[in-house]
Each structure stands twice: as structure tokens, then as C-alpha cells.
Ligand binder design. Structure first.
Ligand code: IPE
Ligand code: IPE
Ligand code: MG
Length: 246
């Protein structure tokens, strides 16, 4: 088990990260884009470890979007192979540290050689409670909301769900994130782009956003701490007014 990192001040319960900039990081060094993804996998390890040591309940990483299938086949293939390497390489550490491994997205679109080991790690780690690590794979926020809407329509058509019963909880319970802390508290995106790129559209409704120009392969724990301190300094009002005395 890792040693805990003591932390003063509020921490997000659910932290999400858009891991961006691998390709540009590599290209700026005259390397193929895939080299950036490879170094990026080391950043994933470092972030998972730090979040677990800090006691963050849920970490959700955007690893491959539903739109990333548009990329050249060689890059897609390399990403799938890296994913397999990651699951095989991290299996022991995930299990030793009581981390529940979880995947969201259109997992049926992933090639079998990677889907099966992913599903196996989800199964064997399902009883772990200290942190849930979710990889968003072939994931899109619109796709997720459409899937929930389809289920609701099917249940309504079958007469098992009354239209009046369709409220926020009914939608949330049919999202791929149904077994995670519902809201994202803090979203970090690396590499300068300030957009959501179809990530967790529903769950980010009141998330605090933190952007850095640092590309994902260079992100370090110091910057994670900087983002967490910034989160602690934000006043989250959720549409209300500031509390008295604040
Ligand atoms: C993020 O890095 C990883 C994935 C989207 C799979 P990118 O590959 O998007 O890197 P840039 O943004 O092109 O530099
Ligand atoms: C978002 O990054 C997807 C992931 C990090 C997996 P992209 O690089 O695909 O997003 P855009 O194209 O810049 O919006
Ligand atoms: Mg990108």
C-alpha cells in the first residue's frame, strides 16, 4: 500500500482529467505522436498514485474519445496496444492499493484483445473501496446522454417507467457513471486547450475548471497540488448566494 499524502483543505470527491497534448509534445521533439502517448502513460501512473495517496474518492481520466476513432489507424492501433500494456502493467498495483478499476464509454467498439483484460480487471477489483479509477474509452458525453435517453424511451414504451418519473435521478441512474459520485468537482485539462471536447457533459454542470499549458506527458504532482489548492480557494455557489460571513 502507498503512504498517504496529508492534505490541508478541501479536496474534490470526484476529480476528472482531460489528458491532452501527447501528440504535440512528441512532435515538438521530432518524435512520432505515439512516443507522446507512451510517456503520457507514465503521467497516468503518477496521477493515479498521487490521487490515491491524497484520498481522492474518484478519478476519471479521458483516455480515448468516441471521436478519436477518426485518427489515423496506426495511431488508434498504438493507443489500443498501450492501453493493454497499461492494464497488464498496473494490475498488481491497482489491486494492492484497494483501487476499483472502472471503464465508461462504448466499450463494445474496443478490440477484443484490449476489452477482455479491461473487463477482467474491472471484475476482480470490483470490491475495492479506497478509490475508483475510471478510464473513459470510446467515450462521448452526448453518446452517453443518448444511451440514457434510449433506455428511458424503451422503459416508457414498455410501460415500466412513467414520463412523470423522469427526473435528474432517473437520468443519472442510467448514465455510464451511475455508480460514481455523480458530480465532477474539479476538471483539469492539460496542453492549453480550454474546451470540454464531449467529456462528461452532464456531470460537469457545476465542476470547477482548471487549465494548464503544460502538455500531459510533462504534468507533475506539483501541478496537481497547484490545481487542488486552486480548487480549495474557489467559492462554489451552485446558483445560491455566498454563505453569511464568507
Ligand atoms: C491526448 O493527446 C491523448 C488522446 C486524445 C488519445 P492528443 O493525442 O490529443 O495530443 P495532441 O492534443 O494532438 O497534442
Ligand atoms: C480529448 O482530446 C480526448 C482525450 C483527451 C481522450 P482531443 O485532443 O481528442 O480533443 P480536441 O480534438 O482537441 O477537442
Ligand atoms: Mg488533443
Amino acid at each position: 500500500m502507498y503512504d498517504p499524502i496529508p492534505w490541508e483543505g478541501p479536496l474534490p470527491r470526484h476529480l476528472a482529467m482531460i489528458m491532452d497534448g501527447n501528440g504535440r509534445w512528441a512532435q515538438a521533439r521530432g518524435l512520432p505522436r505515439v512516443a507522446g502517448h507512451r510517456v503520457g502513460a507514465d503521467t497516468v501512473r503518477a496521477m493515479v498514485r498521487a490521487c490515491r495517496r491524497l484520498g481522492i474518492e474518484a478519478l476519471t481520466l479521458y483516455a480515448f474519445s468516441a471521436q478519436n476513432w477518426k485518427r489515423p489507424p496506426d495511431e488508434v492501433k498504438a493507443l489500443m496496444e498501450l492501453l493493454l500494456e497499461y492494464v497488464e502493467g498496473e494490475r498488481a498495483e491497482i489491486l494492492d492499493n484497494d483501487i476499483r478499476f472502472n471503464c465508461i464509454g462504448e466499450l463494445g467498439k474496443l478490440p477484443r484483445f484490449v476489452r477482455e483484460p479491461l473487463e477482467e480487471l474491472c471484475r476482480v477489483s470490483s470490491g475495492n473501496r479506497s478509490m475508483v479509477l475510471t478510464l473513459a474509452l470510446s467515450y462521448g458525453g452526448r453518446e452517453e446522454i443518448c444511451a440514457a435517453a434510449r433506455r428511458i424511451a424503451e422503459e416508457a414504451a414498455a410501460g415500466t417507467l412513467a414520463p412523470d418519473a423522469v427526473d435528474e435521478a432517473a437520468i443519472e441512474s442510467r448514465l455510464w457513471t451511475h455508480d460514481l459520485p455523480g458530480e465532477v468537482d474539479l476538471l483539469i485539462r492539460t496542453s492549453g486547450e480550454q474546451r470540454i471536447s464531449n467529456f462528461l457533459l452532464w456531470q460537469l454542470a457545476y465542476a470547477e475548471l482548471w487549465f494548464t499549458d503544460t502538455p500531459w506527458p510533462e504534468l507533475g504532482t506539483d501541478q496537481l497540488f497547484e490545481a487542488l489548492r486552486a480548487f480549495g480557494d474557489r467559492e462554489r455557489r451552485f446558483g445560491d448566494i455566498a454563505p453569511k460571513g464568507a
